[in-house]
Design a protein around this ligand. Structure first.
Ligand SMILES: Cc1cc2nc3c(=O)[nH]c(=O)nc-3n(C[C@H](O)[C@H](O)[C@H](O)COP(=O)(O)O)c2cc1C
Length: 191
């Protein structure tokens, strides 16, 4: 059994009192994949950031979102660009993830990529890639919530993902078992 997290805040206290370290620890239990978000500034500069805030939102219309921190060096680009790209990293994408998580570097120069139809850069070798048109931006505290409508996409049928859990990269074990048979009705609904 996993050790329980401390319960905070104490009864009656406001959410603002939650220690950031505890929040990080709790958020870090939500396992995600890892993506690289790409965008192009008005003057043609390519920016990119590792993001695990990527989420699929809607099928009809096809919507996704990601949340850039307001503190990012390239925040002005993510908060104004009309388009962004998403590259879903494969299991061996750890070095790319680290490169795109560093601040203020020319991240795309050393990474094999192509420039998509919208002008946003996409990593070669991604499990899936999306080019999106920004349709909404919402306040998200110290982050911004950027919602995009998928305009173009590519997806592989094979390949394993890079996984992020408790601030560490993981790979799915080849022995990882399905927790329900594929015939389970819940899965059928999602097909
Ligand atoms: C696995 C992982 C996931 C991340 N997810 C996000 C995210 O969703 N939003 C965000 O603002 N930063 C996220 N970061 C940090 C950014 O990638 C990093 O601060 C950014 O690339 C710095 O870019 P800059 O040059 O614009 O400052 C993540 C980092 C890692 C390693």
């Amino acid at each position: 059994m996993a050790e329980p997290l401390e319960i905070e805040p104490a009864e009656g206290s406001a959410g603002d009192d939650i220690a950031p370290e505890l929040l990080r620890r709790a958020f870090g239990t939500f396992t995600t994949g890892v993506t690289v978000i790409g965008a192009r500034s008005e003057d043609g500069r390519l920016v990119g950031m590792t993001a695990n805030s990527f989420t699929s939102v809607s099928l009809h219309p096809p919507l996704v979102l990601f949340c850039p921190a307001r503190s990012l060096a390239a925040f002005d680009v993510y908060s104004t660009a009309r388009h962004f790209s998403v590259s879903v990293l494969p299991a061996h994408g750890e070095a790319s993830s680290n490169r795109f998580a560093r601040t203020n570097t020319a991240k795309w120069e050393s990474e094999p990529h192509r420039v998509g139809k919208t002008g946003a850069p996409l990593l070669l070798g991604a499990l899936a890639s999306f080019e999106c048109e920004v349709v909404a931006r919402h306040d998200g505290g110290d982050h911004l919530i950027v919602v995009g409508r998928v305009a173009y996409l590519q997806a592989t049928e094979t390949g394993e993902p890079l996984v992020f859990f408790r601030s560490r990269y993981r790979a799915l074990d080849s022995q990882t078992r399905l927790v329900a048979p594929v015939s389970d009705p819940w899965f059928v609904v999602w097909e």
